[in-house]
Design a protein around this ligand. Structure first.
Ligand SMILES: [Ca+2]
Ligand SMILES: [Ca+2]
Length: 576
């Protein structure tokens, strides 16, 4: 599903009209030699690129992106320096929530291609040393999934207990639990004369994770994708897997959400302790092929809960997403210094997974830009993402500076939460617009007349082909940082130490490793700042600084005794 935090903690998914597509159900994978072996640590420090397949590249002109469109652009991703791509759901789906409502976990929705297309994508990506990460929606299925059709058919069928069914009276839901997408989380079913629970849309009934048969079915499905060469899974909405069986009412909070409901706590439906049992079981399933990585969509309120998602014995998720770091909107040196400190000291040495942009939140360009230094701020964000000790998630188009293109009227809205919540909640179409490849028609996204969402009007200035040829473009900045991160031993695996920690405007840290010391300094203010570093604090005898990557005119300043950063300027330099 998709959970958003930036718009007043509203979460997102989408519903719509059920139009069942016939998936080409997977034949057993053509016997490959064996499950491919991965470097078990490939994901540590990797750059993982999120692709929203509807919007990345359309290979057949129907206006909707597809798997062959991704395969056609693998060279671009390789040149960018991407290690893995996470593709949001491409399984058969009525597309109520644009793929997060699944009717067959073992097939490809025909609008995105065929299983042969998927296998070719895995193979072609592998040739470029790019891993494929599938999106895995465990919390719920589509209400058109055969499991749910069977489950709702009677109270006694073999799958009667596969979903969360509760007695009640029509018109009187069992308790006050709210759907993350607005209004009651309970839907009356006239056949069973019972309610079912849905954390998201009513077309997305929650599975009953207390039922062992549900777990077994899901784990078997995961093994099937691993056999096809998938190197990891991004786990959608996993904190929502369990609900309090006593159905305890939530406490009401002050205020209302964008849909007009009284706000409540979510302590009886989110992040219950039982989720950790499932994390451990999932880890055992994927550990059969070491290096198969679990990424969690873990919107968690604090670093303690984030640390717990790695497991008390580091036996749960390798990469729970840190949504505290990059998904706010406050551009503050002190804020990011504190978040870095937490990641370094409170995650038990585990690898943080930092992210600024995704398909559920307004693009970072819009959230952090001040209207007059947006390009410099975008480089600051890139530096915050790509120079710490972390695994980095990049959302398609972030690297070229794509910005939100929100619907202007209710009639334009495709995302159901935008239809329900308009105008307070405009939905997530704006951050899902087509990738801007060229200056040509529809930005080169589709050869057809009508992309499924309108291309942002800035595409003649903001596109891959233009920025590829410009060494001072944002895209070139991303490439430089990603390649430096791969080549420089200190940035690759070195320790991180915060320096000049009292500075209110400039965040500085030192990465040390492999005989190399790299200083990263970022000016969070709109005025130039002069810096001077204490020799003992940096930890090397030398005072010389050789800039490796810069943003703003800091060239020629080759000393730790005096360094002047322009507004929102950045220097990443070797100290010697
Ligand atoms: Ca297409
Ligand atoms: Ca659930």
């Amino acid at each position: 599903m998709s959970i958003k935090i930036s718009r007043r903690a509203v979460l997102g998914a989408v519903w719509g009209i059920a139009l069942l597509s016939f998936g080409c159900t997977a034949k057993p994978p053509a016997p490959k030699a064996a499950t491919p072996a991965f470097d078990a640590n490939w994901w540590k420090g990797a750059v993982i690129y999120e692709i929203y397949p509807r919007s990345f590249a359309d290979s057949d002109g129907d206006g909707v992106g597809d798997l062959n469109g991704i395969t056609a652009h693998l060279d671009y991703l390789q040149e960018l320096g991407v290690d893995g791509i996470w593709i949001t759901p491409f399984y058969p789906s009525p597309q109520v929530d644009f793929g997060y409502d699944i009717t067959d976990y073992n097939a490809i929705d025909p609008q995105y291609g065929t299983m042969a297309d998927f296998d070719r994508l895995v193979d072609e990506a592998g040739k470029r040393n790019i891993k494929i990460i599938n999106d895995l929606v465990l919390n719920h299925t589509s209400d058109q999934h055969p499991w749910f059709l069977e489950s709702r058919s009677s109270r006694t069928n073999p799958k009667a207990d596969w979903y969360v069914w509760v007695d009640g009276q029509p018109g009187t839901p069992p308790n006050n639990w709210l759907s993350i997408f607005g209004h009651s989380a309970w839907q009356w079913d006239d056949t069973r004369k019972q309610y079912y629970y849905h954390a998201f849309y009513k077309q997305q009934p929650d599975l009953n994770w207390r039922n062992r048969a549900v777990r077994t079915a899901m784990y078997d499905m995961i093994r099937g994708w691993m056999k096809r060469g998938v190197a990891g899974f991004r786990l959608d909405a996993v904190p929502q897997l369990f609900e309090d069986p006593k159905l305890t009412n939530e406490k009401f909070l002050e205020g209302k959400n964008a849909y007009g409901d009284r706000l409540t706590e979510r302590v009886h439906t989110d992040n219950l302790p039982e989720v950790h049992d499932v994390y451990r079981e999932l880890r055992q399933v994927v550990d059969v092929t070491p290096g198969t990585v679990l990424i969690g969509e873990t919107y968690l309120p604090n670093v303690e809960q984030l640390a717990a998602a790695y497991g008390a014995k580091d036996d749960e998720l390798q990469l729970p997403m840190d949504t505290q770091y990059g998904m706010g909107n406050k551009l503050s040196a002190e804020f990011f210094r504190e978040k870095l400190r937490q990641a370094e000291t409170e995650l038990n040495g585990n690898m943080p997974l930092f992210v600024f942009d995704n398909h559920d939140n307004r693009r970072s360009w819009n959230r952090f830009g001040d209207g007059s230094h947006d390009d410099a701020i975008a480089r600051l964000i890139a530096t915050l993402l790509l120079t710490p000790r972390d695994t980095a998630l990049v959302y398609y188009g972030q690297e070229i500076g794509m910005m939100n293109n929100d619907p202007k009227t209710l009639e334009q809205v495709k995302d159901p939460i935008g239809k329900i919540g308009w105008p307070k909640e405009v939905g997530r179409d704006g951050e899902r617009t087509p990738m801007q490849w060229t200056v040509g028609p529809n930005a080169g996204f589709t050869s057809g007349p009508t992309p499924w969402l309108p291309v942002a009007p800035n595409f003649p200035q903001v596109n891959v082909s233009l920025e590829t040829g410009n060494p001072s473009s944002l895209l070139s900045y991303y490439r430089k940082l990603i390649h430096l991160r791969k080549e420089n031993a200190a940035l690759q695996h070195g320790d991180l130490k915060i320096v000049d920690a009292k500075n209110p405007d400039v965040l500085s840290f030192v990465r040390t490793g492999g005989g190399s010391t790299v200083l990263v300094s970022m000016n969070f203010s709109d005025s130039a700042k002069s810096l001077s570093f204490d020799a003992g604090e940096i930890g090397v005898a030398g005072r010389a600084l050789t800039p490796l990557v810069e943003s703003g005119s800091v060239s020629g300043q080759q000393s730790l005794d005096k360094l002047v950063l322009p507004p929102f300027g950045v220097v990443v330099g070797e100290v010697h």
